[in-house]
Ligand binder design. Sequence first.
Ligand SMILES: C[S@@+](CC[C@H](N)C(=O)[O-])C[C@H]1O[C@@H](n2cnc3c(N)ncnc32)[C@H](O)[C@@H]1O
Length: 128
Amino acid sequence: MAGLKAGEDAYGREIYAYWKREKFVFEAVERDDDFIAFSHGPGSYFAEYRRWPRHQRQAIRLARGRVLDIGRGAGRCLPYLKQQGLDGVGIDISPRAIKVCRERGLTESMCVRSWRSGRRWGRSIRSS
Ligand SMILES: C[S@@+](CC[C@H](N)C(=O)[O-])C[C@H]1O[C@@H](n2cnc3c(N)ncnc32)[C@H](O)[C@@H]1O
């Protein structure tokens, strides 16, 4: 599978462990501007639309046409969009994130080396 190597895939390991209930999992964010905080945790990446923060619910309502979900994560966006009648595919550089998606039955997911490799998908979306 393309994408990150196992030792680089921290996010994928986090959500895979959460999905498999392997152990207690939490998420800390550290940015290069020295911001450090605990996030809502991996459960938020599996949450249904009604549990998303308001700004995320507002943003996704702007989606139109066929959708390319770049950074698919655990796959929460496309199921909501499908309910709204929109079609699309998801790409991610994390092999484990894509594994989580596929195990959840979200098969329109592909692991890519970088978002640029996903342009092929973008083209197929635009042209259809
Ligand atoms: C914070 S998670 C968000 C997941 C999902 N979009 C959501 O809202 O639940 C960010 C995701 O983007 C992926 N990602 C980061 N850089 C990427 C890139 N250059 N191309 C594709 N995916 C990327 C990560 O592997 C991770 O799955």
